[in-house]
Design a protein around this ligand. Sequence first.
Ligand code: GAL
Length: 638
Amino acid sequence: MKRSLGVCYYPEHWPRPMWEQDAADMVATGISWVRIGEFAWSRIEPVPGQYDFDWLDDAIAVLSDAGLKVILGTPTCTPPVWMTERFPDMFARDAQGHVRGFGSRRHYCFSHSGYREAAAEICRILGDRYGRDPRIHAWQIDNEYGCHDTILSWSDTAHEAFQTWLANRYGTIDALNTAWGNVFWSMEYSSFEQIGLPNLMVTQPNPSHELAFRRFSSDQVVRWHEAQVAALRPRTDAPLVHNYMGRVLDFDHFEVGSSIDIASWDSYPIGFLSDRLEGTPEHKARYLRQGDPDMQAFHHDLYRAVGNDNRWWVMEQQPGPVNWAPYNPAPLPGMVRLWSWEAFAHGAEVVSYFRWRQAPFAQEQMHAGLRRPDNAPAPGQHEAETVACELAEMPDTDIAQAPVALVFDYPSEWAWSTLPQGADFSYFRLVLDTYRALRRQGLSVDILPSDTTSLAGYALVLIPGMASVPAPLMAAIKGQTVLLGPRTNAVTDELCIPQPMGPAIPGFDVTATRVESLPPGIRRPVAPGGAVLRWVETLEGSANVSLADATGAPMLMSDGQTHYLGAWPDDALWSEIVTRLAGEAGIEVTPLPEGLRLRDTQHHRFAFNYGPEPVVFNGETIPAAGVVWWPRQTTERA
Ligand code: GAL
């Protein structure tokens, strides 16, 4: 498969005389895709019902005539002010009940049916005009669902829709009362109309109530999204794409992804490290200008799974300093190239940079582009050019099935953020830690959704923290080398303790009879090295004790190929566990120097040095921010 580069461009931000030269410069940089339009509603429909397509027609013509393939965005994440006058109740409300009003973006509540219909209507209008236009090669639907914490809304419209959703899910109020255990604290309802949203209460709401609200909120996104898909599908044969955002977990990406063709995501490695990742000050200092060595790869693997037929892109790639993190350092020279190649090695079809030129006005004026505001090339442009040249020379990066599978499940994030039990228990962090442990041993990983029914071809499968394991997945682990836990299959779908208690793995006699959370800094050493932290379960049963803590309490129990981990390991313990399991599964591990990561494609092994200093690996010195690849099977340099 041919891989290519793209860029995000806003013709409406720039004087018309600049467009031709911009397009020519993009092509000269080696760019072949250009995304436009996703925030341009106020220019497409300046007043209700009056459309101005002249400028958009013109922009599409200029870009396409230069040889660029256009991705057209639906502009629904920035409804113009007149829309909010038409629907004054379309805004979301935060958990304190405050209106999240006009003046930035994503100012809508997913439950507002009037705005949902207006969004579908603009899609029909754009689809009628451009759906069969051969210059439009893909459509992006909306922009980053969930960015700026916009999935959960405590508005009146959401409240009403929630009551209807509950009636559909539970059928009768008695069924809901029983499912949630509402006899506790006299919380029993006699009708669905009595049920409020789980905010503004004296203390913690019933976790079942909260989880139901999380499920409902995700379903509202799916419904919203599908209204746009339904509007566009009959009007175009071009692929439909959405651009997801890193560590946005409030809706089920697999469900949104099931109705579109390509998953894409927006990769801002340095912003993520500073803004949305846990880590020691040393880790954050070391990777300050590179980003975390596993965060991007994790999302690449995740979106490969979300995309139909594994089709995925990076729609927005950080090109220089961003503006939105607390601190915004510039990438280490070479990192824009490294991030681009890492995405290709994980199977991305397109890597598209955000944005062509830094805007001199408004909220993102401090955000770098490939070009500076004065139109001189910024450092990112030179690295994009390098990638484009290398791509022309590069043999294919077709993906191979990885030896290891890791299951990722959005409802588990909602379950454990509702009922964390320890202040720093995070499902995402647990899964990312598991992923890191695999990658520190040089392993390539496929991420799978929880509705997976076959694990064929995987030598090793890991299912950490999955709140409740669906029966088909539980059946599929039979005959596999598998690690479950901690906190896997620990609750029912309604977030209650099941009978029998978890993990209730058929044919495997282990029960987690008690759980403890540990504050930061508390570690319980485990022979032969390392320790558990944060989370410990008391495991009972007749399975073998594979690892125990210093008091002899079992931490890892095993029976044949099935293993259950009743604790959150530190790095050293994770290395021990991964090495053991890989050995058992017949997979070769390659313990890596700090900051180095590998990724195997069908024909190549790639190495990425996220560290700020050179490393020697495989007989070769790889510079800071360096990327190398070798043909697989041999160690000879390509
Ligand atoms: C993304 C968003 C873009 C832009 C970018 C800045 O979250 O999709 O529109 O805001 O961040 O980094």
